[in-house]
Each structure stands twice: as C-alpha cells, then as structure tokens.
Design a protein around this ligand. Structure first.
Ligand code: HEC
Length: 103
C-alpha cells in the first residue's frame, strides 16, 4: 500500500474510535506538516498548530494548506499550486486539525 493510498482511505484507530492519533490521517500530518510545525528545534516563526492563540476553523486550515500566504515560507500544498495533495486529502487534514485543536 502506498503512502498516498493510506492517506486516501483513512480509518479510525479501531482500539480508540475517537482518536486519529495512531491512524492514517495522522500519517499525512506527520509526513507533510509535522516536519516543520512539530519540529523540536523549529524557527520561532513556525507556529504550533495545536495551540494557536486565535480561533481556527476548518476553512482557515483549508485556506492555509491549499494556498499558504504570499511571501510565506510555508509551501502551498494543493495540486493547483504544484503541491502534492488533492482536495480529499486537504479536507481530511483540516478535519484532523479541527479534532486535535488544543491538544
Ligand atoms: C517548510 C515548513 C512548513 C511545512 C512543511 C508546513 N508549514 Fe505551515 N507554516 C510554516 C511557516 C513558516 C508558517 C508561518 C507563515 C507565516 O506566517 O508567514 C506556517 C503557518 C501555518 C499556518 C497558520 C498558523 C497561524 O498562525 O494561524 C497553518 C494553519 C499551517 N501552517 C498549517 C500547515 C499544515 C496543515 C501543513 C501540512 C499540510 C503545514 N502547515 C506544513 C511552515 C511550514
């Protein structure tokens, strides 16, 4: 099974149905986002997504993942910006970030 397939067909962790932590959705986050956002020695400008100081919605996550921001060091991830993720993958990530807020 390729990484992309595991991302495309996410499953909840059967042992803990409310948790994505060990599930394939986390894998996408780990592969694509954690390298910067959860890096232990990351630059000060890279925010911790689990403890943002302002409210974030699914639309907010989607916007950032899809297009980032002009002149930002964060890459845009959608295929229309030459990124690797399709809409379904971005939606699944936004969903994951919503669920893991504040943790
Ligand atoms: C190459 C490093 C890098 C990667 C990979 C990366 N980001 Fe970022 N991200 C950044 C940086 C740097 C900023 C701050 C950008 C700015 O403010 O100009 C940022 C900002 C953000 C913000 C805005 C946070 C706020 O302050 O409100 C969100 C949301 C975000 N990233 C989500 C993601 C997601 C989801 C992924 C995985 C798909 C991801 N990022 C992958 C570097 C990265």
């Amino acid at each position: 099974m390729t990484l992309e397939q595991r991302i495309l067909f996410p499953q909840r962790n059967p042992a803990r149905p409310d948790s994505w932590q060990n599930g394939p959705r986390t894998l996408l986050y780990q592969a694509g986002c954690a390298i910067c956002h959860d890096a232990e020695h990351r630059a000060e400008m890279v925010p911790d997504l689990h403890t943002l100081k302002h409210p974030a919605t699914a639309d907010y996550w989607t916007q950032w993942i899809t297009a980032s921001k002009p002149a930002s060091m964060m890459p845009a991830f959608t295929k229309s910006h030459d990124g690797p993720l399709n809409e379904q993958q971005i939606a699944s990530l936004a969903d994951y970030l919503e669920m893991s807020k504040g943790s």
